[in-house]
Design a protein around this ligand. Structure first.
Ligand SMILES: Nc1nc2c(ncn2[C@@H]2O[C@H](COP(=O)(O)OP(=O)(O)O)[C@@H](O)[C@H]2O)c(=O)[nH]1
Ligand SMILES: [Mg+2]
Length: 175
């Protein structure tokens, strides 16, 4: 997802640099391309719009049009705003308890299984922890199988009890 976002942003900047002259018009079209790239990367439309509005304001304010290297200044504005959008600084992940238990709850199809795989991968590769995924969705058909596949992909063990229909007892046993 981030690779495709970065490709799209790169192409937006390339177009801008290729223009020779930077005008309000091609700032506007670059900003529009950036917004589309963000929306494609699952950024909420309203947030993407606010983001690009800020970039546009800054670009106009900092006189990108008259800058010595307008493309670079524009890139810097977007980079700073992106860092800001992500929260500015890395927040620590607070996993208390031994083992720490994280409950992923949400509506069907909201992305729990996918997110669990990403989180497990993050905890393993970035935090050096040894996560265990626990399949406690006993309602959705093939939910357990799906988690096993995702666990396989990220190299994290998955605890399952195929015959057990009681999520609480599955999780207790897993702990
Ligand atoms: N676009 C997009 N699709 C996602 C994301 N996370 C999950 N999905 C897709 O949404 C669907 C449901 O995700 P899943 O993890 O199975 O949801 P669960 O039912 O809550 O476990 C799947 O087709 C996923 O590939 C995401 O961050 N962005
Ligand atoms: Mg699921």
């Amino acid at each position: 997802m981030f690779e495709s976002l970065s490709d799209k942003l790169e192409s937006a900047f390339k177009n801008l640099k290729g223009q020779g002259r930077i005008t309000e018009l091609n700032i506007a079209s670059t900003v529009k391309e950036i917004r589309r790239a963000l929306v494609d990367a699952d950024v909420n439309y309203k947030i993407a719009k606010e983001f690009t509005d800020r970039v546009k304001d800054k670009a106009m304010g900092e006189k990108v049009i008259n800058a010595i290297s307008p493309g670079q200044l524009m890139t810097k504005i977007v980079k700073d705003e992106l860092a800001d959008l992500m929260g500015g600084q890395e927040s620590s992940f607070d996993a208390k308890g031994n083992p720490a238990v994280i409950l992923i709850a949400g509506l069907q199809g909201s992305g729990k299984t996918t997110f669990s795989g990403k989180l497990a991968n993050y905890l393993k590769t970035r935090k050096g922890l040894s996560p265990l995924l626990v399949a406690a969705d006993v309602y959705r058909p093939a939910a357990i199988e799906q988690l096993k596949i995702i666990g396989d992909q990220v190299g994290v063990d998955v605890y399952t009890e195929e015959e057990n229909k009681n999520p609480v007892s599955i999780v207790q046993n897993a702990v």
